[in-house]
Write a protein that binds this ligand. Structure first.
Ligand code: SF4
Length: 437
């Protein structure tokens, strides 16, 4: 009998990487991967607890699984299990709770369950990096976990409590993982973790790791996922000249006010952050910078917020992921005075998202007339339109023939589509332009 399994993943790229690896392992072992809306024998919910929204979406996904017919096996894992297990244990219909440390053992846990064994997930192997390279995933790109956990304890952040202290993956395993997924046919790998800049293994730091990743032979490109502005500098910036490394960084600013950065216990001020922005832009004028901003942090006055608006305009972030501050039990900020009312948070969030839309149009418009190397992800046969991301990590669509998915094409940018998230229009100049050496 072929068992059906469905996955729901909330939150960050790290969760995506871990789910992709589990999907691949179950698929290789004969399970049928079905959509989360369908009936399945087993449901895996990989939760997130970084914000109230993460909690709410995770609870909703758990509820949906536990309400399915025939009492499926429901495995709940991810940061909500590490942060709120007692509360989750009050819910009905959950078969197993698996903490982040044992997440890589979920296949063995399910297997033992269906063999009728008595299963206690806490007895299973604790290995934050025990995931197999994924050949079957839900994405065009392959996420590569290089690091987990964080030692910074920013006052608003629950991550160090639910993902533990910073740990770096052995570099040989990272390089082998990349070789394998490139052999599987992936054309883009995304380096991911909790605090990438803090990578250190056997004296090898993050910049050195990126250098070695770029030396892995093959027709693929490399992107760095969300990163804290620490642990790297000009050496990394110089690597963005390499044809394989995509000139994009999601550099987390969080606030434009030095007073608030101090209360957040961030490890930089606006002057040092902006000097990083200037050094990058000084080398690569078209470099794509995006960021995270928290609005409504306790004690954030109107003038602090105005500072955030000013800095995100000055830095010219082409996208600003905007978070309304959300209290996380167990963090220092949760106990701070001057909590900001919800109505004010909504207004400030709206204002930042408006700036983000303006910046995005301006940045993408500035690229018209330039060329991009696009990795085609989707193709619409009826319109003959292909869509994908350029090496600046911007969405581009253009007319082309069929069957070029997962191939690189050189595209001349000719215009900007409508809306707040305008897609760049292009004209294909050359296809299958691999050879990223
Ligand atoms: S550096 Fe990032 S992950 Fe670490 S505590 Fe701060 S916000 Fe959280």
């Amino acid at each position: 009998m072929t068992r059906k399994i469905a996955f729901k993943t909330l939150g960050c790229r790290l969760n995506q990487y871990e789910t992709d690896a589990l999907v691949s392992q179950f698929h290789k072992s004969g399970y049928k991967i079905v959509d989360y809306n369908e009936e399945a024998d087993i449901y895996v919910v990989n939760t997130c607890t970084v914000t109230n929204q993460g909690d709410a979406k995770s609870r909703k996904a758990i509820y949906r699984a536990t309400k399915k017919h025939d009492d499926p096996v429901v495995i709940v894992t991810g940061c909500m299990v590490d942060g709120q297990k007692e509360q989750l244990q009050k819910l009905n219909g959950i078969t197993y709770f698996v903490e982040n440390a044992q997440k890589s053992s979920i296949f063995n846990i399910a297997d033992a369950h269906f063999k009728g064994e008595t299963v206690n997930p806490e007895e299973y192997n604790k290995d934050l990096f025990g995931f197999e390279p994924a050949d079957t995933t839900f994405h065009t790109r392959s996420y590569i976990k290089i690091q987990d956990g964080c030692d910074n304890f920013c006052t608003f952040c629950i991550v160090p409590k639910v993902r533990g202290r910073a740990v770096s993956r052995p570099i040989r395993d990272i390089l082998e993982n990349i070789r394998q997924v490139v052999d599987f046919g992936f054309k883009e790998v995304v380096l991911t973790g909790v605090n990438l800049g803090r990578y250190t293994y056997d004296g090898i730091d993050f910049e050195h790791l990126v250098e070695q990743v770029l030396e892995v032979p093959g027709d693929f490109r490399v992107r760095i996922s969300s990163i804290e502005p620490e642990g790297f500098g000009d050496r990394l910036f110089s690597l963005f000249g390499h044809p394989k490394l995509m000139p994009h960084l999601h550099l987390c600013l969080q606030s434009g006010s030095d007073k608030i950065l101090l209360k957040m216990r961030r490890f930089y001020n606006i002057k040092t952050f902006m000097s990083m922005v200037d050094r990058i832009r000084g080398r690569y004028p078209d470099f794509n910078l995006t960021t995270d901003i928290i609005v409504g942090f306790p004690g954030e006055m109107e003038e602090d917020f105005e500072q955030s608006c000013k800095i995100v305009r000055e830095a010219g972030f082409s996208h600003i992921h905007t978070f309304k501050y959300s209290k996380r039990d167990g963090t220092r900020a949760a106990r701070m005075e001057k909590q900001v009312p919800g109505k004010v948070k909504n207004e400030r969030s709206r204002a930042i998202r408006d700036i983000s839309a303006e910046n995005k149009k301006q940045y993408r418009g500035s690229l018209i007339g330039k060329e991009q190397q696009v990795l085609i992800e989707k193709y619409n046969a009826s319109t003959q339109m292909a869509k994908g991301y350029g090496n600046l990590y911007i969405p581009i669509e253009f007319k082309t023939g069929a069957g070029l998915q997962n191939n690189f094409s050189k595209v001349l940018l000719t215009g900007l589509g409508p809306g707040d998230d305008p897609v760049l229009q292009g004209k294909m100049e050359e296809w299958n332009i691999g050879k990223m050496e």
